[in-house]
Ligand binder design. Sequence first.
Ligand code: BG6
Length: 469
Amino acid sequence: MKKFKEDFLWGGALAANQSEGAYLEDGKGQSIIDILPVGEKRKHSLKDPNYAFEQTFDYYPSHQSIDFYHQYKEDIKLLAELGIKCLRTSISWPRIFPKGDEMEPNEAGLKFYDDLFDELLKYNIEPIVTINHFDTPLYLSQTYRGWENQQLILFYKRYCETLFRRYHKKVTYWITFNEINMILRNPFLAGGLITNEKSAVFQAAHHQLVASAEVTKLAKSIDPTMQIGCMLAAGSVYPYTCNPKDIQAAIERSRDQYFFIDVQVNGTYPYFSQRYFEENGIQLNRSQEELALLAEYTADFIAFSYYTSRLETVDNELRRNLIEGNAMASVRNPYLKDAGWGRQIDPLGFRITINEIYQRYQRPLFIVENGLGAKDERTGEHIHDEYRVDYFRSHIEQMAEAVKDGVDLIGYTTWGCIDLISAGTGEMSKRYGFIYVDLDDEGKGTRKRYKKDSFSWYQKVIETNGEII
Ligand code: BG6
């Protein structure tokens, strides 16, 4: 039976927008994340970015964040001690092109990532890079209406060309967009859009798909060893009952997450897209040339995040009390434990989801986010987070089952291996890491790092290549 491959990439994941801080340092421009506050006001801003454009808040968590920009050497040393084989992080677009539409990049920004990758490689940690993770330059959002505007393809291409030429010897695995389906739930965060109108959102997604194919073509011409992947926010959708109407509802709901990946892997818009566009009054501008590009340059691998499964029903009574999920609302599943912040814990759902994706596409998979956001308590130097170990143990067990099922899996990076700012709420207290950062929801704290109990547990998992969980 299959086990984890010898070169299985055990790792951790971060994103620039949630960890770096240094928000205007060394020539960096503002990103859309930099105008977002904490808590309810953040949620309001995500739904209506004009609300955030028009006011000043007391505290912006991304401005200093956990200060990874200055502390990355100490952090990488700790991560090397943890034993990770790879670190997924993102490059901040406005650190390289501060406004987004410039002709020339910012050298100081490029130098930072050169140093960061060198530091990782020094410890044999492979950098896995997300090119755009929730940080479209603010200027592109406010001046061009974000990805709704076709010109962003050109700007993104210029940005990618700069990255590929500069880092192709240091980075093999690239992910073009973090969770491409997130644009349907969170158009501002995922695409810098200032509207939630459906046609605009699908047009923006089309631009991201074309951009993705364009840069896959470009990457192959610069260095064909580079692997260019797509990414989705995954989680199988279960029907609440065996009522065929619930089953149909679940099928339709799960199309949301696969819509764009179908394009990126199969090279064509899915067979159900035309009906969906017609019924929703969506008219897309798509040229023959773009469609040919999509058909030719598909993704080398499929990356995805998994936090939990989702549940769907046509019963309006049940639909009245939806839980938040990971920006993807769901009916509450009575068979699952609650994890706080509107999430439930479903380890078997992880195996189900991995198999569902593999069965659909038969392309190598890379799990690039999985984890438990929880409130940790620190007593002196100690953080006892056995709940996090339980979460990971049960999920890694199911991931191992999926590998035994025959799924081709490249690696597994846990989300927020060092505590960082929550994308959804801006809180620091929603912690995911093996490494605790002394910082609270108002930005107070020393930012000192502490190892949690889960640190030595994950260290053992990696050391034994998943034999001891
Ligand atoms: C994913 C994002 O959707 O979920 C991450 O790619 C995010 O950026 C993660 O941090 C967890 O969500 P949250 O809201 O708890 O930070």
